[in-house]
Design a protein around this ligand. Structure first.
Ligand code: TYM
Length: 343
């Protein structure tokens, strides 16, 4: 039977990249499948980077609020905090004991944190920083925890943005390795569900890199909580180019392509249809005005719902979700322990 699992880190407000890359899909799947669905706020992943305790606590509630406001329905989906279900960390340990270190040190996210993907000068300054703050074991081990999240519920499908595909591949490798090692068929090999059109929403300031919560510039992203004025000024200042006319060319015109993708996704139309609209009016300004309008309209109902939801209700939803998740998690972990000989 079909089981869906996905997660999001409670670091900052979700942005348009999270929404179009993942959350929108999460909401749609509630209607389009009869699968059992788990959505987790992955706080244990968040602490692989330094966090302020008070900020983290608040960020988890805010994230849950955002997810509910986007349309996650607690009657349909199990919504919970990862750290409330201790089995995640236990299964991670089991997987740690079979996963080769080499698989982890080859992961691109780890390598980019190490600085090996950047220029030599940049990498030099990063390794200086490494001496003072140090890269933590948890960060290297991050993908194993993600595999544990998914396999703990024997998930078959994982709706994510394109940047998570490598983590999904590792998850399948870990499942295969476990099944082979212990001669069992306990874990299924989960598949990613990636949105078809726009796989990746790019930064508004540097359209060569993805829109990200960890970008120091708030101008680089549209947060789901941004006011109409903020959206207007961020889009107005978004990097485009001086080429005449509106064409979709992600390689040579990444800024314009990103705005076209955002508009197409939010309107539920194809990029060709959107480009067609701009045949007569060929200015970047016109494009930016239209994108602004579409974003502001899309955010309105989400923001109204965020204001309506109170923290007490949200906490109740999370607690109920954790209870449901735990009962499945403990049963599956027990089967896993049996396969290994721990019970
Ligand atoms: P996180 O919190 O970085 O992002 C949550 C989801 O948003 C997608 N996403 C994007 N999609 C398109 N364009 C962008 N610019 C963009 N930025 C983010 C991500 O692909 C993701 O789907 N490791 C995961 C969290 C995680 C998880 C899991 C996911 C932990 N355990 C188990 C799936 C299954 C992460 O850091 O997502």
């Amino acid at each position: 039977s079909k089981v869906i699992f996905s997660g999001i880190q409670p670091t900052g407000t979700p942005h348009l990249g999270n929404y179009l890359g993942a959350l929108y899909n999460w909401v749609q799947l509630q209607k389009s499948t009869d699968a059992t669905i788990y959505y987790s706020i992955v706080d244990l992943h968040a602490i692989t980077m330094p966090q302020n305790p008070a900020t983290l606590r608040q960020a988890k509630i805010d994230m849950a609020k955002s997810l509910l406001a986007c349309g996650i329905d607690p009657k349909r989906s199990v919504l919970f905090e990862q750290s409330k279900v201790k089995e995640h960390a236990e299964l991670q340990w089991i997987f740690n004991c079979i996963t080769p270190v080499g698989w982890l040190s080859r992961m691109t996210q780890w390598k980019s944190k190490l600085g090996t993907n950047t220029s030599s000068t940049h990498s030099q300054s990063l390794s200086d920083e490494t001496l003072t703050t140090g890269l933590k074991m948890g960060l290297l081990d991050y993908p194993v925890l993600q595999a544990a999240d998914i396999l703990l519920y024997k998930a078959t499908h994982v709706p994510v943005g394109e940047d998570q595909l490598q983590h999904l591949e590792l998850t399948r490798d870990v499942a295969t390795l476990f099944n082979k090692t212990f001669k069992t068929r306990l874990f299924p090999l989960p598949e990613a569900i990636v949105p078809p059109a726009t796989k990746r929403i790019m930064s508004l300031r540097q359209p060569g890199s993805k829109m990200s919560k960890s970008d120091p510039s708030d101008q680089s992203r549209i947060n789901l909580t941004d006011s109409p004025d903020e959206v207007q000024s961020k889009i107005a200042r978004a990097q485009t180019d001086g080429i005449r006319g509106i064409t979709f060319d992600p390689v040579n015109r990444p800024g314009v392509a990103n705005l076209l993708s955002i508009q197409a996704e939010l309107e539920g139309r194809t990029i060709e249809q959107v480009v067609e609209d701009f045949k007569s009016v060929q200015s970047n300004k016109e494009l930016k005005d239209r994108v602004t309008e579409v974003i502001v309209e899309a955010l309105k109902p989400i923001q109204a719902e965020m204001r309506r939801l109170d923290a007490g209700y949200v906490q109740q939803v999370l607690n109920d979700g954790a209870d449901k998740a735990r009962s499945v998690a403990s049963e599956n972990l027990h089967s896993c322990f049996k396969a290994i000989g721990l019970v």
